[in-house]
Ligand binder design. Structure first.
Ligand code: FE
Length: 209
């Protein structure tokens, strides 16, 4: 009997909680839908992102940050997002993503860390950077430089490019498979690029940050 009463009491408590639980469930489902929306398509999961030269302007020990924007900074703001994936199309959590770039006039900050910074991918392998569109400089089309590194794995150094830039065709190292997919809305530039890392490589190297 005691058990029965306890069970009944618990049942009543549960019943009272059900509407709240249902409401929470619905909002969780909505939140989940929002979180799952950017699931990568993995059109060619067997192809790792190509490597490219770091060039002469890389600096180690960049600050950890998701935005390079500063008051008074000239240029066109852009939000770059994406996912770091393995060649098996699994998101890589805690991957280092370290960007550096020229400013609107095509100039790198070699004295400080303006337009340089690193972050780590979230539990779904995602990164997000707020910055400006990099300018051209002699011999180069617009590009971001980036190091991407899964925990304890080798660094992938590469560059990302902008579609429909006439200077792409004059840049000898431009690659169309490193083009950002632009997802602009009116008045706000945005783009996405998913990095694919070959994690079957057994070489290990210390983390750069
Ligand atoms: Fe460069």
């Amino acid at each position: 009997m005691a058990n029965h009463r306890t069970s009944r009491r618990d049942f009543l408590k549960l019943s009272a909680a059900v509407p709240a639980a249902l409401a929470l469930g619905a909002s969780d489902a909505r939140a989940q839908a929002v979180l799952l929306a950017p699931t990568p398509s993995c059109p060619d999961p067997s192809a790792p992102t190509p490597r490219q030269t770091a060039g002469p302007f890389y600096k180690p020990a960049s600050p950890r940050r998701g935005s390079f924007l500063e008051p008074g900074m000239k240029g066109t703001p852009i939000v770059l997002t994406g996912t770091v994936l393995s060649t098996a199309c699994k998101p890589v959590t805690g991957a280092l993503v370290d960007f550096w770039q020229a400013d609107d006039a095509g100039v790198y900050d070699n004295a400080g860390y303006r337009l340089r910074g690193h972050q780590f991918t979230d539990d779904q392998g995602r990164y997000r950077l707020e910055t400006i569109v990099p300018g051209h400089y002699p011999g180069r089309t617009r590009h971001f430089h980036v190091n991407v590194q899964a925990p304890t794995r080798p660094v992938l150094t590469t560059q990302l490019y902008f579609p429909a830039d006439p200077a792409n065709q004059r840049d000898v190292i431009f690659r169309s498979d490193l083009l950002i997919k632009m997802t602009d809305a009116p008045g706000a530039r945005s783009g996405t690029f998913d990095f694919v890392l070959d994690l079957t490589n057994s070489r290990r190297s210390p983390r750069r940050s």
